[in-house]
Design a protein around this ligand. Structure first.
Ligand code: BDR
Ligand code: CA
Length: 313
């Protein structure tokens, strides 16, 4: 497998943290050029802080961290402290970061990195609202052809919604940004709730993280301990869904996932269904296919990969 250059665009978030740790633990497959932070699960100052806490936990203080947009393109910010806690990273007791935040704006980092790269060679991994990516595409449309692939966590078809009855959080927070990204023409892979709700941290899977006995393994177990209380109560599920790690796992081992090439449009106007990802899963329209929409995964294979990789940190 060739080494992929990636930019992780993120709003940590415990599941973002695990996704980033998985990327850091996989240097043979993934070259993390930088982390760009966005307002989402918690406001931007906290996501930018949490991203650096994660870098330091993994000993990756050489990875640059940038702050990006502090609010959606056209709306007030909606956050998710009810899921992730007040800090966004509740659960483990991790020290405040010492490494600096980069001066450059996250959007400018995305633009400059893509402009300097050959066509189709940088993969974007959005794990939060799509504000930074859409802003970069709007400011510098020439960079779209530099994108190898966008692999994002967001949306839902069969699972419909989590923040509203019909919308998934990342898309709902900034539907105008999502609309720009899905219409950009960049090759796009989508990890919707349909698949992430099958990536559940059951008790034995959580025990396996803890049994690593390392600071990373213990922190991941404590993060999922915290994060799971919400979903267990809401869905009666066996544990926390690891949404965002599906993105980095796909880049490392795509064979774990199956999906369909479909058309996805974003609802930006309806009050009732704002942020809905209208996915033509059954091919009932002739709208152009613009996304590889994942529906299923080999959950045991996913957790084996995750545990084996986290052990390396
Ligand atoms: C998504 O929203 C956030 O709460 C998670 O970090 C994930 O990216 C799931 O809807
Ligand atoms: Ca996230």
């Amino acid at each position: 497998m060739t080494l992929r250059k990636i930019i992780i665009d993120t709003d940590p978030g415990q599941d973002d943290a695990v996704a980033i740790l998985l990327a850091f633990a996989s240097p043979q497959e993934l070259d993390v050029l930088g982390l760009t932070c966005v307002a989402g699960n918690v406001p931007l100052d906290l996501t930018a802080k949490n991203a650096r806490i994660i870098c330091e936990l993994a000993g990756k203080t050489d990875v640059p961290v940038y702050a990006g947009c502090d609010r959606p393109l056209a709306r007030a910010l909606v956050t998710a402290e009810h899921v992730h806690g007040k800090t966004g990273l509740d659960g483990p007791d991790l020290p405040d970061p010492q490494m600096p935040l980069q001066q450059m704006h996250g959007v400018d980092f995305i633009i400059e990195t893509l402009r300097a790269a050959p066509s189709g060679t940088v993969t974007l991994c959005p794990l939060g609202p799509l504000t930074n990516i859409a802003t970069a595409f709007r400011k510098a449309p020439d960079i779209v052809q530099k994108v190898q692939e966008i692999v994002l966590m967001g949306g839902a078809y069969f699972e419909v919604g989590n923040i509203t009855p019909t919308a998934e959080f990342n898309i709902y927070v900034d539907p105008e940004a999502a609309d720009i990204v899905f219409k950009s023409g960049a090759p796009t892979v989508v990890m919707p709730l349909d698949v992430t709700h099958k990536a559940l941290v059951t008790a034995p899977r959580n025990d396996a993280f803890r049994a690593l006995g390392t600071p990373v393994g213990i922190a991941v177990a404590e993060m999922t301990d915290f994060f799971e209380r919400f979903d267990k109560e809401k869905y009666g599920s066996a544990g926390a869904p690891l949404h965002d790690p599906c993105v980095t796992a796909y880049l490392i081992k795509p064979a774990l996932f199956t999906g369909r090439h479909v058309n996805v449009e974003i609802e930006t106007r309806s009050e009732l269904t704002l942020g809905m990802t209208v996915a033509d899963w059954w091919g009932v329209t002739d709208r152009q296919k613009n996304a590889y929409f994942i529906g299923d995964l080999d959950a045991d294979g996913f957790f084996d990969l995750l545990t084996e990789r986290l052990a390396r940190l």
